[in-house]
Design a protein around this ligand. Structure first.
Ligand code: PLZ
Length: 422
């Protein structure tokens, strides 16, 4: 048996099938946008550990920062003995996130935990309980994360009951027949039929849906959400866990809009592969929970905080916002060329390098998940790691490191093209 086969057998004997795994091989090492498996095979990584590696695998500056921290101390628990780097990172995020109002930041470990805490903060600040989320949205695998997530299979199947007072409204999606007007009408219906807006603590929205299919919230929709939140005293939470840190060609996806969120959830590329998440938001909201109400043993772990400082430096020093736009343009241009000959390619979209291509069966007009799966499998067999997404599973998304070199990127695009052609 090969090393990979051997590990696959051990994996299925020792770990539950519920932890679904895409690749049938195991990573041995990785660098920037390349990854090698335990048998020495090389892959180009257009998945970036699901949007975590905007600064690439093992960026030398991130590794150096973590190494230095490793030699100083690795854990004190911030709530027991605090450290300066946590405060300094909060200061940086308060300044970097959209809006010049007074902000504060609290750190956690996972994206789901940031979402949980954003809801806690909104509830404490408003004294209300209800939360509105959107169909197709993804917010994590904890109980509240699942409740907020707007997709049943596979995330919620068999795991209920979920926390009460979570409501879903349709996310505008022109390609699938939901315009902004009907989406807003549904929200108003919700306020009439299901929940008094005066009981709503928060509306949580991804400015670009990630797992849901890289659908972009139209500016007028975001503006209308802001208006509703202002009218009814509701906290607007932007979940930027997948969109943050230069992916969309700006520091945050909300930088593309002319309205501000009250709270933001951040994770993934914040710390380049180390478990760190954050809630950043209006100082007065962030201060609503009582002392001791927020935290976690590992929340704001010093190694992850050190990595995050380096990540922010790298994004600025290497001009990764501009790079995201340049790479995204190159990818979109290539996809548009192919679109003319591959009839399944129905939509190419996304800001900056948050790009996706959606497949529709030209005969039936229905989402074509099989085509997406086949392209993904062919790409993988030819050495390119791709991720699918979408409510219908018929979207391929591109989450390559923004630090990827031109040659590796070109090589990845060539494999992508061959996989799309068959
Ligand atoms: N909010 C917008 O994208 C995580 C999920 C992978 P955690 N997305 C990847 C999987 O299959 O579990 C995500 C997200 C948005 C919240 C989360 C949750 O972040 O760090 O996975 O908890």
């Amino acid at each position: 048996m090969s090393d990979n086969q051997n590990l696959l057998a051990r994996k299925s004997a020792a770990t539950p099938r519920g932890v679904g795994v895409m690749a049938p091989f195991f990573v041995a090492r990785a660098s920037n946008a390349e990854l090698w498996d335990v048998e020495g095979r090389r892959f180009i990584d257009f998945a970036g550990g699901i949007a975590v590696l905007n600064t690439g695998h093992c960026h030398p500056k991130v590794c150096a920062a973590v190494r230095a921290q490793l030699d100083a101390f690795t854990h004190s628990c911030y709530q027991v003995v605090p450290y300066e780097s946590y405060i300094a990172l909060a200061e940086r995020l308060n300044a970097l996130t959209p809006g010049s109002h007074a902000k504060k930041t609290a750190f956690f470990s996972t994206g789901a935990e940031a979402v949980e805490n954003a809801v806690k903060i909104a509830r404490a600040a408003t004294g209300r309980s209800a939360v509105i989320a959107f169909s197709g949205g993804f917010h994590g695998r904890t109980m509240m994360g699942m409740a907020l997530t707007g997709k049943v299979a596979p995330y919620k199947t068999g795991f209920g009951p979920f926390p009460a007072e979570v409501y879903h409204a349709p996310f505008p999606n022109a390609l699938h027949g939901v315009g902004v007007e009907p989406a807003l009408k549904a929200l108003h219906e919700l306020f009439k039929a299901d929940v008094d807006p005066q009981r709503v603590a928060a509306i949580i929205v991804e400015p670009v849906q990630g797992e849901g299919g890289f659908y972009v919230a139209p500016p007028e929709f975001m503006r209308a959400l802001r208006g509703l939140c202002d009218e009814h005293g509701i906290v607007l939470i932007a979940d930027e866990i997948q969109t943050g840190f230069a992916r969309t060609g700006r520091w945050f996806a909300m930088d593309h809009y002319d309205v501000l969120p009250d709270l933001m959830t951040l994770a993934k590329s914040l710390a380049g592969g180390y478990p760190l998440s954050a809630v950043t938001g209006r100082a007065e909201l962030m201060d609503a929970p009582n002392p001791g109400g927020l935290g976690g043993t590992y929340a704001g772990n010093p190694l992850a905080i050190a990595a995050a400082h380096a990540v922010l430096d790298v994004i600025a020093e290497e001009g990764l916002n501009a790079r995201a736009n340049a790479l995204g343009e190159r990818l979109k241009a290539r996809l548009h060329e192919l679109e003319t000959t591959i009839p399944q390619m129905a939509d190419i979209r996304g800001p900056g390098a948050m790009v996706a291509v959606e497949f529709i069966d030209p005969a039936s007009g229905r989402p074509d998940a099989d085509f997406a799966k086949a392209v993904q499998a062919r790409a993988l067999a030819r050495g390119l790691i791709l991720l699918s997404c979408g409510t219908y599973g018929n979207v391929l998304r591109f989450l390559f490191p923004l630090t990827i070199g031109d040659e590796t990127f070109a090589e990845g695009l060539a494999i992508l093209e061959s996989a799309l052609r068959g």
